[in-house]
Design a protein around this ligand. Structure first.
Ligand code: URA
Length: 433
């Protein structure tokens, strides 16, 4: 088989066979296909697409390119969750403990943040002592013993995706539905869960800018899940504004604890109850309404908060952070950002706030940069709220006061005040089963 023939076939908009796709993925993973040929095929896929069958073969070949986690030693139905990335998205920190408290095992592998989007592992590592680098044995045993573990992805999880993603990033081929779907779902398949709940974000802070595009991505991923024998559901949620009020690692851990204690912001609480309800439903705990009530009950009776405490202790962190926020890192400097006008807060674009938070020290400019766990932003107002001129809209947190100016310049472009009350889209836009 020759790579040039595969490229020409896709260039001419023909369907690739399973064997051709496997040849390509294997060659990417073992380095036998040069980057220029890989890039050429990626562009041909980007322009001409792939049908459901090709996308499934691509996903399965990618999943098989490295470690495949076997969760079968853990009894019960294991349900994974994935969010397509966002700003202020701390849902895993909340959902994991809720679902585990309801008796469904949570064996979750998560990533670190890059650029303006955060990562669950960075957030958890803001808890002093917390260890995310678990061996496979430690990971499985933790889930067996206490029902939950959240660990960093192993180095060798879907190596084909690491290579393809790095090339897509520099060849203008990130925004392709089959490539995004295969990239995300290959990691989910390799992570070993029996069922998958996907949170597909739409809006300024997300990959998908329109609900239509998000629906197509959701459908492609649900079809891959089905084709691979894993029950999969996708929920399409709004990401035009940040989720909750906190952006930045320790600030988000604090907000996640507030949600589990029943006093968190309404938007993130609602999304988490919906996602948890779907996860519990896939795990066979009843119909969706029953499962959503179970999730709400786990917040009300504090069992989910207790589960988070148990998980932190089990992974070496200080469990008392759940009652005492002074144990979390705290920035030396804070600065209020004031409303430029009186009216309604019409927009507060989340990608710009994500970049501002990164400039305060909360994110990584590249894979090697270190992050400041204490830095970030706490919103005091959200889109739709009435505001007065010079009223604080948010508080910026940084350990170096020199970081404030660049962050403020970003935020100035993100905040819009209108005289008419803006119409807010619903938080949950669609559910694709
Ligand atoms: N997230 C991924 O893991 N892959 C993509 O291609 C896009 C978002």
């Amino acid at each position: 088989m020759r790579m040039i023939d595969i490229i020409e076939k896709k260039r001419d908009n023909k369907k690739l066979s399973q064997k051709e796709i496997e040849f390509f993925v294997k060659g990417v993973a073992d380095g036998s296909i040069p980057d220029y040929q890989t890039s050429a095929l990626l562009m041909a896929i980007c322009l001409n697409g792939m049908d459901d069958e090709e996308t499934l073969y691509l996903t399965q070949a990618m999943a098989a390119s490295g470690d495949q986690i076997d969760l079968s030693p853990i009894p019960g139905i294991k349900v994974d969750k994935h969010s397509t990335g966002g700003v202020g998205d701390k849902t895993t920190l909340i959902l994991g403990p809720i679902v585990a408290a309801c008796g469904v095992p949570v064996a979750k592998m998560s990533g670190r943040g890059l650029g303006h989007t955060g990562g669950t592992i960075d957030k958890l590592e803001s808890i002093p002592g917390f260890k995310s680098g678990l061996s496979r044995e430690e990971f499985i045993n933790s889930v067996k013993e206490i029902g939950i573990a959240v660990a960093g992805q192993t180095e060798n999880l879907v190596p084909a995706d690491k290579k393809l993603y790095a090339l897509r990033d520099v060849t203008g081929t990130v925004r392709s539905i089959p490539l995004i779907a295969a990239s995300i779902m290959s990691k989910k398949l390799a992570s070993g869960a029996d069922a998958i709940v996907l949170d597909v974000k739409v809006g300024s802070g997300a990959f998908m800018k329109t609900v239509d595009e998000a629906r197509r991505l959701a459908r492609a991923m649900v079809d891959i899940g089905k084709g691979a024998g894993r029950k999969t559901v996708a929920i399409i949620t709004d990401m035009d504004k940040p989720l909750g009020k906190a952006i930045g690692n320790a600030l988000e851990v604090r907000e996640a604890i507030e949600v589990l204690a029943g006093r968190g912001p309404e938007d993130i609480t609602e999304i988490c109850l919906t996602l948890a309800g779907k996860m519990l439903e896939l795990a066979g705990k009843g119909d969706f309404d029953t499962c959503k009530s179970l999730a709400l009950q786990a917040i009300g009776d504090r069992s989910a908060l207790g589960k988070l405490k148990e998980m932190i202790k089990n992974q070496g962190g200080i469990p008392d952070v759940v009652h005492d926020f002074s144990l979390l890192p705290k920035a030396v400097h804070t600065k209020e950002y004031l409303s430029p006008d009186t009216g309604y807060l019409a927009s507060m674009t989340s990608d710009v706030l994500g970049v501002a938070s990164m400039l305060l020290g909360a994110g990584r400019a590249n894979k090697e940069s270190s992050i400041d766990h204490a830095a970030g932003i706490v919103l005091l107002k959200k889109p739709g709220d009435r505001v007065e001129k010079n009223e604080p809209l948010m508080i910026l947190h940084a350990n170096q006061s020199s970081f404030f100016d660049a962050a403020i310049r970003q935020i100035e472009g993100a905040v819009e005040i209108s005289q008419d009350k803006p119409k807010m889209p619903p938080l949950i836009l669609d559910i694709i089963e």
